[in-house]
Unconditional design. Structure first.
Length: 217
């Protein structure tokens, strides 16, 4: 994917480094050249000095052919303006803004801007560290109780077919990572201890899952 990121602070730099390491074509924009230099030699994307919502800077960063645009500066106003430019001027298929002030959420929704709030992300990570240690990460869909979760299978899951892990309208397995290979399993696929399983699950499915998961520590 071609991805343009506006903002090279802690969030933007981490995103840029991670996405470029995954093989994506990444360009990062920031008004502070020193932040771009701080990316170091491990960053194999492109950097551009300028404002997040400057049309000429965005064009130089390759936004006209971008698959996604991420506005993650420390300014909610700048992020909102940048996403509006990306959507309205350049027609970027997927544009996401960082939002730090929850009071602005209504304005973002009114303008149909997809956003992620810092407070929600922090609270989710803390919750996982305290309550959901066995679920390495999860994404909750707004307005519902369905999550995308990643689980490491323990000894009790060795040889278990996927169909026995799944539950109708409660849990559905999407992929299984085993070593360096990823599978899209069918119902008869046999799980192994150590497998990483990605699934869509409702909160009520957790009671059944715990007995199959690896225990850390």
């Amino acid at each position: 994917m071609r991805i343009v990121i506006a903002g090279c602070g802690r969030v933007g730099s981490e995103l840029g480094l991670t996405l470029s390491e995954e093989g994506h074509d990444v360009s990062i924009i920031d008004s502070d050249e020193s932040r771009l230099r701080a990316l170091g030699s491990t960053f194999n994307g492109a950097t551009h000095v300028g404002l997040a919502y400057d049309v000429s800077v965005l064009r130089d960063a390759g936004i006209e052919s971008a698959d996604a645009f991420l506005a993650v500066t420390s300014s909610d106003n700048a992020n909102l303006m940048a996403v509006e430019v990306a959507k309205s001027v350049f027609g970027v298929p997927k544009s996401i803004a960082r939002l730090d002030d929850p009071a602005r959420a209504k304005a973002y929704r009114t303008l149909n801007v997809t956003y992620v709030t810092g407070a929600q992300l922090v609270s989710k990570v803390i919750h996982e560290q305290i309550v959901d240690e066995e679920f390495r990460y999860h994404v909750t869909f707004g307005g519902g109780d369905v999550e995308v979760i990643e689980m490491e299978m323990g000894a009790n899951a060795d040889g278990l077919p996927v169909k026995q892990l799944e539950s109708p309208n409660m849990l559905r397995v999407a992929a299984v990572r085993r070593g360096s290979t990823t599978f899209v399993p069918d119902a008869e696929f046999a799980l192994h201890a150590g497998d990483l399983v990605v699934a869509a699950a409702r909160a009520g499915a957790r009671r059944k899952l715990h007995k199959y998961l690896a225990r850390e520590g």
